[in-house]
Structures are given as structure tokens and as C-alpha cells.
Design a binder for this molecule. Structure first.
Ligand code: PB1
Length: 348
């Protein structure tokens, strides 16, 4: 006890007390910069891929009620809009065609690669306006088929694999011919990766068009807002016989290994937050190629809804979801938050 009666602080380190040294972690993250240093992967603008819905009305710019802050764009409107995002650091987009005109849908998705259709016109317009923009095209049939499924159907409503794969490969090659830097088949039909890679090779385009496979894409309840936006809901049944079952981790592992062997240059896991273990599996099984994950419309809309209810802070939860994807092993994130992240990343 000191002269004025206050207790003198005496260091009380004892060698045999584990709480004194090795258990003290908080010194490693007490400062905001330290918390950045503790992150194995940082979220950067180059990791972001922005989904765009392109319709066949060239001057359309329509809000999507179930997908906050997202729009359906005509080619004349999307080009200037993308320019504002490129000015903030956007590097990559993924295009989804949304044909709304009568007569544009049939059982074979004939309009998917219409040279005058929204996707091919937009590839060309964006490539001409922004030569450095990386343009990915989703390859699927559901937006263009009268039945709303992702392939050509048999009489019994099941996917006719061979004909679907041939059609999907033709669509992919035509997008590549139009200037797409990457094609990303989201159909989940067995064998489409090999067929698309062969199609790109035969067209002399395999060296200049990346093939990103939605290898581990799960059926479930998280695609509703997208289907609203794209008008792509199946007219009957569901996609459970060609998208993976949510509990099918082994199936996802097998699909990842298969697609890599068939020539995929990148592997995608979709959705994201509910499937971080699958992202981790992909990073293990396909460790030598980029791993992408898609924060799908339902995930995005749920975070917005929670923020509107005051349950979460939108910016904070968006970053937390992204960190989860990066921590699990993704290096690329397709997210509708891209325009926000382009601004938020400049604020931090
Ligand atoms: O944001 C999303 O929900 C993406 C939806 C996704 C796009 N690749 C599909 C989901 C679905 O409708 O099954 C489209 C499938 N081709």
C-alpha cells in the first residue's frame, strides 16, 4: 500500500497462468487497420460482378419491385448507366436477357441468341462503349422458353439432355462471337460444359472466351425476385430435377470435379450465404481456378427487407455477407450490391 493509502499496481504475471500471455488476442485487432490486416482476403472492386437485366425494349428503364434498387434496362439506357458505374470502378457485368415482346418465347429458346435480341445487342454496345469492361453472359434457356425451364423438354416434362446441350452450346458460342469475354451456363444440364468448350474451340474462340460454370447451383427458395424480373419462372413443376438438392454436398463436389474436367475455367457456387461449405469445397477441389459465388436475388432482397425492418444495418450486413463468401474461399462475387460496394469501398 502506498503512503497515501491507494493500492499500488503490481504486475501479476505468473508463468503458469495461461490467461496472462498466449490467450491475449485483443491486441491484434484493437484498431480498425488491424482488423483489416486480420482479413486473409479483402473485398475489392475487381472481385465484384454486377448482374444486369436487359430487355427487348431499347429505351426501357423499369424498377423491379421485389429487387430493391435494381432495374430492367433497354440497351439505350443500360450503356450510359454502366458508364456511371465504371467511373466508380466497376470492372465486370453479367447479362441476363429478358425478352418481353410477344412471340419471343418457344420450346427451344430460339430468341436467346437472336442477333437483334437484347443480349447480343448489349454485348456489342457495351464492348464498343467500354473496351475494358469485362462482359459475362449468363447462358440459359429459361428466360426464352415458353415453358420456363432451363432446357428443351421431353413429352414427360423432363430435360432432353442431348438436344438441350447442343442448343446451349450454340447460344454460348453466339454470345462469344458477339464479343462476350465469358459465358456462364446456369442451366445445370449434365454435359453442357464439355459441349460449350468444344463449341468455343470449333469456333476458334476458346482462347478468348472464359467458361465459368455454375457447377454447384442449388434449387430452393432464393430465386423469386430474379424470376419476377426475368419472367423466367417455370410454367409447371420446378427445377429440382436439374438444380442440386440443398442438402447435396457430395453431388456438388462431384459436379465441381466434373465441370473442371470438362473444361471450366472458373467454378461458381450459387446461392452464397447458405452454401459457404460448398464454396469451401470448391476452393479445395478447384483450387487452381477462380471461385465465384452468386449472392442471388432472394439473399439480396432478404438483407434489404431486414434492414427496412431495422433488424440489420444494410451496409454492415452486406459487407459481413461478402466477408463470409471470401473467407469460405470465393475470390469473385456476383452481387446486386455492386453499385453500393463501389461507393462503400471508397468510404472505408
Ligand atoms: O439472382 C438470382 O436469383 C439468380 C437466378 C438464376 C440466374 N442464374 C437462375 C435461377 C432460377 O431461376 O432457377 C436462373 C436460371 N437459369
Amino acid at each position: 500500500m502506498s503512503a497515501n493509502g491507494t493500492k499500488k499496481h503490481v504486475a501479476t504475471y505468473t508463468a503458469d497462468d495461461p490467461t496472462q500471455i498466449s490467450s491475449i488476442l485483443q491486441g491484434g485487432y484493437h484498431h480498425p487497420l488491424l482488423r483489416q490486416w486480420q482479413m486473409e482476403k479483402q473485398l475489392t472492386k475487381t472481385a465484384l460482378i454486377y448482374p444486369l437485366f436487359i430487355t427487348d425494349d431499347a429505351d426501357e428503364e423499369t424498377e423491379i419491385p421485389s429487387l430493391p434498387k435494381q432495374k430492367r434496362w433497354g440497351v439505350n439506357k443500360v450503356v450510359p448507366y454502366v458508364g456511371t458505374l465504371i467511373a466508380k470502378g466497376l470492372k465486370a457485368v453479367i447479362l441476363f436477357g429478358v425478352p418481353l415482346k410477344d412471340g419471343t418465347k418457344d420450346p427451344y429458346a430460339t430468341s436467346a441468341d437472336d442477333p437483334e435480341g437484347p443480349v447480343i445487342l448489349t454485348i456489342k454496345a457495351l464492348a464498343a462503349a467500354y473496351p475494358d469492361l469485362f462482359i459475362i453472359c449468363d447462358v440459359c434457356m429459361c428466360e426464352y422458353t415458353s415453358h420456363g425451364h432451363c432446357g428443351i423438354l421431353r413429352e414427360d416434362g423432363s430435360i432432353l439432355r442431348e438436344e438441350s446441350v447442343r442448343r446451349l452450346a450454340a447460344i454460348a458460342v453466339n454470345y462469344a462471337k458477339a464479343g462476350a469475354h465469358c459465358v456462364a451456363p446456369s442451366d445445370m444440364v449434365d454435359g453442357r460444359i464439355l459441349a460449350i468448350k468444344r463449341g468455343l474451340l470449333d469456333a476458334g474462340l476458346a482462347h478468348k472466351c472464359m467458361l465459368m460454370s455454375y457447377s454447384a447451383k442449388f434449387s430452393g427458395n432464393l430465386y423469386g425476385p430474379f424470376r419476377d424480373a426475368a419472367g423466367s419462372a417455370p410454367s409447371f413443376g420446378d427445377r429440382k430435377c436439374y438444380q442440386l438438392p440443398p442438402g447435396g454436398r457430395g453431388l456438388a463436389r462431384r459436379a465441381i470435379v466434373r465441370d473442371l474436367a470438362e473444361g471450366a475455367d472458373a467454378i461458381m457456387v450459387k446461392p452464397s450465404t447458405f452454401y459457404l461449405d460448398i464454396i469451401s469445397d470448391a476452393a479445395e477441389l478447384a483450387k487452381d481456378v477462380p471461385i465465384c459465388t452468386y449472392q442471388v436475388s432472394g439473399e439480396y432482397a432478404m438483407l434489404h427487407a431486414a434492414a427496412e425492418k431495422g433488424v440489420v444495418d444494410l451496409k454492415t450486413i452486406a459487407f459481413e455477407a461478402a466477408y463470409g463468401c471470401l473467407r469460405a474461399g470465393a475470390s469473385l462475387i456476383i452481387t446486386y450490391f455492386t453499385p453500393d460496394f463501389l461507393e462503400w469501398l471508397d468510404e472505408n
